[in-house]
Design a binder for this molecule. Structure first.
Ligand code: AMP
Length: 115
């Protein structure tokens, strides 16, 4: 479940500090260290999977757990009326931490298409 070389597994284990905002049995949410919006929270599965593709294939319950907690975070942060859920899936999509995660971004207007 835990990958000793993974930064986000270290956060799940409490070995790496984070500003946790919510948690379920399947997922954990904490503030991004480099926020791109007034609300910028990362939602991750507690179980290690490098990408959302692999998580959804191997552990669909955990993938649903990430989505469910993301909406709960948006509600708790007061941005549920309009927020962006970003999943950078793979290096070509600029994923930089290879433990699956979703970004909950809110509190400002967003442009489309994304870069
Ligand atoms: P991605 O580029 O989609 O893989 O996003 C990784 C995100 O993790 C980036 O937005 C980083 O700012 C964020 N990040 C990296 N290290 C930490 C950390 N220790 N605590 C919180 N967020 C982090």
């Amino acid at each position: 479940m835990n990958n000793p070389d993974c930064l986000f597994c270290g956060i799940v284990a409490g070995e790496v500090p984070s500003e946790k905002v919510a948690e379920t049995d399947l997922a954990m949410a904490f503030r991004d260290i480099n926020p791109q919006a007034p609300t910028h929270v990362l939602v991750i599965p507690k179980r290690h999977s490098p990408t959302l593709t692999e998580l959804a294939g191997a552990h669909p319950d955990a993938a649903v757990g990430v989505l469910t907690l993301a909406h709960q975070v948006a509600t708790d942060e007061g941005v549920a009326g309009g927020y962006r859920l970003v999943c950078n899936n793979g290096a070509r999509a600029q994923q930089s931490v290879f433990h699956a995660h979703a970004h909950v971004l809110g509190g400002r207007d967003f442009a489309w298409p994304p870069g």
